[in-house]
Write a protein that binds this ligand. Structure first.
Ligand SMILES: [Zn+2]
Length: 497
């Protein structure tokens, strides 16, 4: 309302308006969720974040994290109150420099009431001071914070930020990041992007990381521990920083033999997906016990278990493929997960072909033949799997099968044009499955609604195989797995709750 009083032509009426108590009718609380039907409480309404500045101090011995988050945002409605998603203990919140009231609410909401209501379109600065022991906090009965013998790691999907920084936790609200972490000397702190500088003082070392391209909250990562760090540069000139826990034991060699090929693999993927969209690259393997890997932006997280069977470049291909399909272009809603997993899996199929371990068509034939029509596998709809099946194996394998079906339908020329053109269509943004279908229709000149419906949205085994190969025309009694199969099947970046 104040803005209107100051508008040209309204000055004459100002004294009259000021005599009337300012109406708060249009100022209302931001929604406690951003509107994702899979996770109604995830993210928040009423503002859009552009930048997170996180200044942290972490003590590995006790898992104590202390921090100040400075969040730059713009309001998208007249706001009387708004939420951040967060679990640690908050001691102070300031909005535009002024102390604000705050309270914990729901499973993971931090409800903030600024002293003065915030008009729509205002650039605001929110400072949150906090501390806590991340491993002691749960929401919905789980934790995404991984304690390790030498530190801790924040990496999970679809949520991990709650345990280490307050945020608008949904892929729709991407932002840039500066993450500055102080840890005891001899310990390293890793995050996304580029290490800008380090400094040491009184037994503590500070690591300053910058991720300067829009990044979804679940793709932000923090890892503290004792790491061996390797650096290099890809053929295309991207700096690479990889990190390996010093306690990987028998898996150390296989992990390095896989992740040290990150630059080569990213360059290979750029032949299919277009130029690598970020200016930093790498991977890290802390001594966690999870079974999954995750496409944390510019620097994927790998569990040591991914390398228990020997080197596994396939999992590196998967997580790096996500840098285009998942990170550069992120889901508009979590129901669009096929745009991430179907394509990251398909990239593994292309790599299998590249490594002469079975073609994409052979892998498609194998997946199709190895699940009989009454297998529950076919009841999962990759195009809208539901939150309970968001990371079901079918989203990956049937998802990649759908990609192969598209390839067979529109032919290699159009298919590879789509594969490379799509990331640029929504660069650093978000998109839905329907957007992808429309783009594939535009490139190929074909109507694809029936194909998409069959492969992504029907809870049944498609009657006709995606394959047009001879092996499907005469179905084998016992389908033979391509040589790459075992490693591909071991690569599911599923969350653990
Ligand atoms: Zn994945």
């Amino acid at each position: 309302m104040q803005r209107r009083i100051l508008a040209p032509g309204a000055l004459a009426a100002a004294s009259v308006l000021l005599a009337i108590p300012a109406s708060a009718a249009s100022f209302s609380p931001g929604a406690p969720g951003i509107g994702d039907p899979y996770y109604p409480a995830y993210g928040n309404g009423g503002y859009d974040v552009s930048h997170y500045d996180l200044r942290l101090k972490y003590q590995p011995a006790t898992d104590e994290l202390e921090g100040t988050a400075t969040i730059l945002a713009t309001t998208t409605q007249d706001l009387s109150r708004f939420d951040l998603d967060f679990l640690l203990d908050v001691s102070e919140v300031r909005v535009d420099g002024v102390k604000a009231a705050f309270a914990a609410s729901g499973e993971h909401e931090l409800q903030i009431t600024p002293k003065k209501a915030l008009p729509k379109g205002a650039a605001i600065t929110v400072v949150v001071r906090y501390r806590g022991v991340p491993s002691s906090k749960q929401a919905y009965g789980f934790t995404s914070w991984h304690r390790t013998p030498d530190g801790g790691v924040g990496a999970n999907e679809p949520e991990s930020a709650w345990w280490w920084f307050p945020s608008n936790d949904h892929p729709l609200d991407k932002a840039t990041y500066d993450v500055s972490v102080q840890v005891p000397d001899g310990t390293q702190a890793l995050s996304n992007g580029t290490l800008q500088s380090t400094s040491s003082r009184a037994g503590w070392t500070r690591y300053n990381w910058r991720s300067n391209k829009p990044q979804a909250t679940y793709l932000a990562t923090l890892a503290v521990g004792r790491f061996d760090i390797t650096t290099g540069t890809t053929e295309s000139g991207i700096p690479v920083v990889n990190a390996y826990s010093r306690d990987l034991g028998d898996n150390a060699g296989a992990a390095r033999a896989s992740i040290e090929r990150t630059g080569e693999i990213a360059d290979w993927l750029s032949g299919y997906f277009g130029p690598y969209p970020f200016d930093a690259l790498g991977g890290y393997v802390p001594n966690t016990t999870t079974g999954y890997a995750l496409e944390t932006q510019t620097r994927p997280y790998y569990s040591p278990r991914q390398f228990a069977g020997g080197s596994n470049t396939s999992v590196v291909v998967h997580e790096l493929a996500h840098q285009w399909y998942g990170d550069f272009v992120s889901v508009a809603g979590w129901k669009d997960i096929w745009l991430n997993e179907g394509f990251a899996r398909y990239a593994q199929w292309l790599w299998s072909e590249h490594e002469d371990e079975g073609t994409a068509q052979e892998l498609a034939d194998y997946v199709y033949a190895s699940h009989p029509a009454d297998d529950a596998f076919w009841t999962v709809k990759p195009g809208d799997p539901g939150p309970e099946n968001q990371f079901d194996i079918a989203v990956y394998d049937r998802g990649a099968l759908a990609v192969q079906a598209l390839r067979n339908e529109i032919g290699d020329d159009a298919f590879f044009t789509v594969l490379k053109g799509w990331p640029r269509q929504h660069a650093y943004g978000n998109a839905a499955v329907a957007d992808f279908r429309q783009y594939a229709e535009q490139v190929s000149g074909k109507r694809l609604d029936a194909l998409f419906d069959t492969w992504l949205f029907q809870p049944a085994k498609p009657g006709a195989p995606a394959a047009r190969s001879a092996s499907i025309a005469r179905p084998a009694a016992a389908p033979v797995a391509p040589r790459s199969w075992k490693k591909i099947a071991a690569t599911n970046d599923v969350h653990e709750h």
